[in-house]
Unconditional design. Structure first.
Length: 296
């Protein structure tokens, strides 16, 4: 027997409508009545295929996306939601992630598994923290509660390590540098996991390079910048290489290294940012370190 989830579909249509800055009347225009949209959003009925198709176009999602929600296609829905949240987190669109996860947390009767629940709660906590709905101490407590090292699924999914990385970042942002350092060292101790996720490992070394730099420990900052550069080269991954070379240049400068080495580090960072068309970084390096870039 197929159970249709009209309530979940209605809540998602309402969320998408709001994210597209549409009123119910605007969404209904040329499709159906405002009362019909109101009923759909309240979960009081099922839209026809024609209406659902036009709504999907207007709300900029696929018809298949709506079907997965309506038909309780758990795996497909989980994967789509994870991808959506990942993209929004990359963009730091915390208003949108807060809205999505708030709606998910209201679905108390739906069981999509321990790991999906953990993901939703993590994104909700991070969104709440950056939207200043939670202070950092409360956010830390809630994140730590999500990590259960005794759970049989602990360490079998990326989310456990993302939570630990978030803890380290929040500690650093609030000048709890030793706590942050301990958290990063814990992550680096998971050797088997890091071998399978080189990009995450590169990011950890970059974060450590910045953290040590803040503490004016420029030698360790340089060590982690260069470890990140080495991993980037070995894995042919330039996603963080520009930032790493820039951090290398900063540390070399503080250590009074050979000016030519400093210049090469900053020039290399500019070159990589140009390859990736990262204009904001190009402008930042040119503005802050132009004296090195212009000399031979």
């Amino acid at each position: 027997m197929i159970v249709l989830n009209a309530k979940a579909l209605g809540e998602e249509i309402k969320r998408l409508r709001k994210s597209n800055n549409l009123s119910q009347a605007q969404l209904a225009e040329g499709i159906c009545t405002q009362a019909t949209i109101s009923g759909i959003e309240a979960g009081r009925g099922y839209p026809s295929v024609d209406i659902l198709y036009i709504l999907s176009i207007r709300l900029k999602v696929s018809l298949d996306y709506f079907y997965k929600i309506l038909l309780n296609d758990a795996q497909g829905y989980i994967q789509d939601t994870e991808r959506m949240l990942e993209e929004l987190m990359k963009k730091k669109d915390y208003n949108e992630t807060f809205e999505i996860t708030s709606n998910e947390l209201k679905q108390s009767t739906r069981n999509l598994g321990y790991k999906f629940d953990q993901l939703i709660k993590w994104v909700h906590i991070i969104s709440s923290y950056y939207l200043q709905k939670l202070n950092w101490k409360k956010a830390v407590i809630m994140l730590e509660d999500l990590l259960d090292s005794n759970h049989p699924l602990f360490g079998q999914d990326f989310i456990d390590f993302k939570i630990q990385n978030s803890l380290a970042i929040i500690y650093a942002e609030n000048s709890m540098f030793q706590k942050s350092l301990q958290q990063y060292n814990t992550i680096l101790s998971y050797h088997d996991f890091l071998k399978q996720h080189h990009r995450f490992q590169i990011k950890i070394h970059y974060n450590l390079a910045k953290l040590y730099f803040l503490q004016q420990d420029y030698e360790h900052s340089l060590i982690h910048a260069e470890l990140g550069i080495k991993l980037s080269s070995e894995n042919e991954d330039v996603s963080m290489a520009g930032q790493l070379y820039y951090q290398q240049g900063l540390s070399l400068e503080e250590l009074n290294a050979d000016p030519q080495k400093i210049r090469i580090a900053f020039k290399t960072s500019i070159f990589i940012f140009q390859l990736l068309d990262r204009q904001e970084y190009i402008q930042m390096v040119n503005k802050k370190k132009g004296e090195f870039l212009g000399s031979e």
